[in-house]
Design a protein around this ligand. Structure first.
Ligand SMILES: [Zn+2]
Length: 341
């Protein structure tokens, strides 16, 4: 009995995976506006064949004057136009290839995945800017960022943000915003397994990172204080103190803020602006394009092409909460997170 149920579950899981793969293929065709060379060749051959058969049948039918002409079956067409480029802010943490067993919160993204994701943005014609510029263009656009504008952001200021991220950004020729906690410099990174050895950047690493032309330093509260329950006075003090501390360290204005764990109370958005920031970002289903609670899509370790595409289009959080999606996610979790076992 247990065996039968297990077989039925396996069959259902396989069916879900096949259907997800079909959706992913369709999204890829629409997103990139082209078929693979193999498929292009096959389609054109099939189209020629279908056309010649159809023409032959038509002329036969015409010459015998009886049957109605056979209709040429219409083949599916794909959107070949340049895809829409909704404005987007992506939220990353560490960009390091790690053993998944050492990354229980799935925060780290491998450099190769990061490269592929940035190349998708560039190929699609996105213009990548630092967060301060993103906020300026949003304000200048009447509160809405223009299509095709994107920003890459990196939370926490981990050691890789100082030691390998600058090289990656140079290689890809894109800027990024790193949100730092000045009270945690050099401390172990608490959301990874200690065996990984991850830590917050040290002061010399911070200084080097802040001086890099492709990097903007943003604020993440002094000690990564979650502001979910903060009243207006506390929120203002946390945000202002961190800005002043970072400005003293960088001798430059710090205009961008990120809510730790993306959580914030109702007075926070107004407090962020009062504290001197032009943007404060959150992530997931929260936020809007309002400067005090700007939305971001958080990229996690196991995000494949389909999930990344849904996040780019702002549909991921909506899809994962409707209809049978939560059940499907629970059922396919072992397959999707296979690498973590
Ligand atoms: Zn954080």
């Amino acid at each position: 009995m247990i065996q039968l149920e297990s077989k039925a579950t396996d069959r259902f899981r396989r069916d879900v995976i096949v259907r997800l793969a079909a959706v992913q293929r369709q999204l890829s065709h629409r997103a990139y506006g082209f078929h693979s060379a193999e498929r292009r060749g096959r389609l054109s051959t099939e189209n020629r064949r279908a056309g010649s058969v159809s023409r032959g049948r038509r002329s036969q039918a015409g010459s015998f004057g009886g049957e109605a002409p056979v209709q040429c079956r219409r083949r599916p067409t794909y959107n070949r136009a340049v895809p829409r480029r909704p404005p987007i802010v992506l939220a990353y943490h560490g960009i390091v290839a790690v053993n998944p067993a050492h990354d229980p919160v799935r925060l780290f993204v491998a450099p190769d995945s990061f490269r592929a994701q940035v190349r998708v943005l560039k190929k699609r014609g996105y213009r990548l800017v630092k967060m301060a510029e993103f906020a300026a263009e949003t304000a200048g656009g009447g509160g809405t960022p223009p299509d095709g504008l994107a920003a890459l952001t990196f939370d926490d200021g981990t050691d890789d943000h100082a030691n390998s991220l600058p090289g990656l950004l140079e290689e890809l020729d894109v800027p990024g915003t790193v949100y730092c906690c000045p009270g945690l410099l050099g401390a172990p990174y608490p959301w990874a397994d200690p065996a990984l050895g991850a830590r917050f950047m040290t002061r010399p690493e911070f200084d080097r990172t802040a001086a890099h032309p492709l990097i903007e330093i943003g604020s993440h509260t002094i000690n990564h204080t979650v502001l979910e329950q903060a009243n207006a006075a506390t929120a203002l003090q946390e945000m202002r103190d961190c800005r002043l501390a970072l400005e003293a360290m960088t001798a430059a204005p710090v205009l961008s803020f990120c809510y730790p764990r993306c959580l914030y109370s109702e007075p926070c958005p107004a407090a962020a602006i009062e504290a001197g920031y032009t943007s404060a970002v959150t992530c997931g289903p929260r936020g809007s394009w309002a400067p005090g609670e700007m939305q971001r899509q958080c990229i996690h370790t196991p995000d494949g092409r389909l999930v990344f595409e849904l996040k780019l289009r702002g549909r991921y959080d909506r899809l994962r909460s409707v209809g049978p999606a939560p059940a499907v996610r629970a059922l396919t979790r072992p397959w999707r997170h296979r690498a973590e076992r």
